[in-house]
Design a protein around this ligand. Structure first.
Ligand code: PLP
Length: 425
């Protein structure tokens, strides 16, 4: 072990876990229970008053999920984690903790289509407004900031376009505005990129994707970077004002550098309720053990497939930051030098109809709305994930009519290429 503690690959296997003290079970058990027996009345009171840490009810904490939370936080280099039912639930809880009615989020216009929908529609019902900014022109972020802005939200590698965000430049803008930079690190995973090292304050994940990695379990995570000052100017009342239901404690004072994760748990998760199932936490923990091996293979395969497609006569363009000519190649080399991820888009000559035809002809690749599976996946965003967006929003999000998105799996790359080749033919 180095002086700095266990390395990333060791943490991926061990962080948060130890043999079960009662049974000796080496693998973290699935604690498939709704509730936990109190030692006595005083113990119960101290748990409910946040004077002691412990388990009450699986909506709020669960021992299997606690191992997952510690592991994701360790891999990202954060102070604490919170795992919930899905990536969208993680985003909901983050904003529920930061926002009051009338507040604003400045978000990148190149995001997963579901996140654009979440912010454009459901978040409006809470009175939270989103202002869209252009990842390719960071002055648009700066110009969008107002006194009502409470956060900046981006993806490290944006889905579906293969866009790499300049996080260091954005973190300077966030610092000047006094708001946290939130990075969705789903597509890169901490194996490729650790946003806290580039100025992020909060990281969110859809664990459903590469961290779980096998297309079998939904989950989401929030990781607290531990550096943001939540007490400054009282801009974040959920953290800076006394909580009557917890003996008037001020969460931002009492819980120091993991106050944000605590607030998301004891306010948002407690009241909104999107708890992850312990079985899904178990499946995702098992997936994370092989994260490094899988991610490297995903990236190596994606590089080969992108190179093949970029020379194919029926392909008009390929947007993969791993290609030397790509506009995001320099940013990829800076932020994720081990690889550009496994998800990218390309354009088929023949537009919308050709895109729909291609996804219908593949045999090895699965036509479905997911990414980050061991299997290779394909989708035509304009007719599926992004269909609810306007034509303008589709284009801005990198989901125009000719666009096809792939998530390259860990199969033999020759077989993936052969399947795409026959489908294009
Ligand atoms: N963030 C990104 C980048 C995604 O791709 C997705 C889903 O595809 C989400 C968040 C939402 O995650 P979930 O489907 O687990 O709610």
């Amino acid at each position: 072990m180095s002086d700095n503690g266990p390395s990333f690959d060791t943490l991926a296997v061990h962080a948060g876990a130890k043999p079960d003290p009662t049974t000796g079970a080496r693998i973290t058990p699935i604690y498939q229970t709704t509730a936990f027996v109190f030692e006595d009345v005083d113990h119960a009171a101290s748990l409910f008053g946040l004077q002691a840490f412990g388990n009450i009810y699986t909506r709020i904490t669960n021992p299997t999920t606690a191992v997952l939370e510690e592991r994701v936080a360790a891999l990202e280099g954060g102070t604490a984690g919170l795992c919930v039912a899905s990536g969208h639930a993680a985003q909901l809880l983050v904003f529920h903790t930061l926002m009051q009615p009338g507040d604003e989020i400045v978000a990148a216009n190149k995001l997963y289509g579901g996140s654009i929908n979440q912010m454009n529609h459901s978040f409006k019902n809470f009175g939270w407004n989103v202002v869209w900014a252009d990842t390719d022109d960071l002055t648009t972020f700066e110009n969008a900031i107002t006194p009502k802005t409470k956060a900046i939200f981006v993806e490290s590698i944006a889905n579906p376009g293969g866009v790499v965000t300049d996080m260091e430049a954005l973190s300077k803008i966030a610092k000047r505005a006094g708001v946290p930079l939130i990075v969705d690190n789903t597509m890169a995973t901490p194996y490729l990129c650790r946003p806290f090292e580039h100025g992020a304050d909060i990281i969110v994940h859809s664990l459903t994707k590469f961290l779980g990695g096998h297309g079998n379990s939904m989950g989401g995570a929030i990781v607290d970077g531990g550096t943001f000052d939540w007490m400054r100017e009282g801009r974040y009342p959920m953290l800076s004002e006394p909580r009557p239901e917890y003996n008037n404690i001020v969460i931002g004072e009492v819980f120091g550098n993991f106050a944000f994760a605590i607030a998301c748990r004891v306010l948002g998760l407690r009241d909104l309720g999107p708890a992850i199932s312990p079985t899904n936490s178990f499946n995702i923990l098992t997936g994370i053990e092989t994260l490094s091996l899988r991610m490297q293979r995903h990236c190596d395969n994606a590089q080969k497939v992108a190179e093949f497609l970029s020379e194919h006569p029926k392909i008009s363009w390929v947007s993969y930051a791993g290609l030397p000519g790509d506009r995001y190649h320099k940013l990829q080399q800076k932020y994720m030098p081990k690889g550009a991820g496994a998800v990218f888009t390309f354009g088929v000559t023949g537009g919308y109809e050709a895109g729909v035809a291609l996804v219908g002809k593949v045999e090895l690749l699965s036509h479905l709305a997911n990414l980050g599976d061991t299997r290779s996946l394909i989708i035509h965003p304009a007719s599926t994930t992004h269909r609810q967006l306007s034509d303008e929003q589709k284009k801005a999000a990198g989901a125009g009519p000719d666009v096809v998105r792939v998530s390259i799996g860990i199969e033999d790359p020759a077989d993936i290429i052969a399947d795409l080749d026959q489908a294009l033919a």
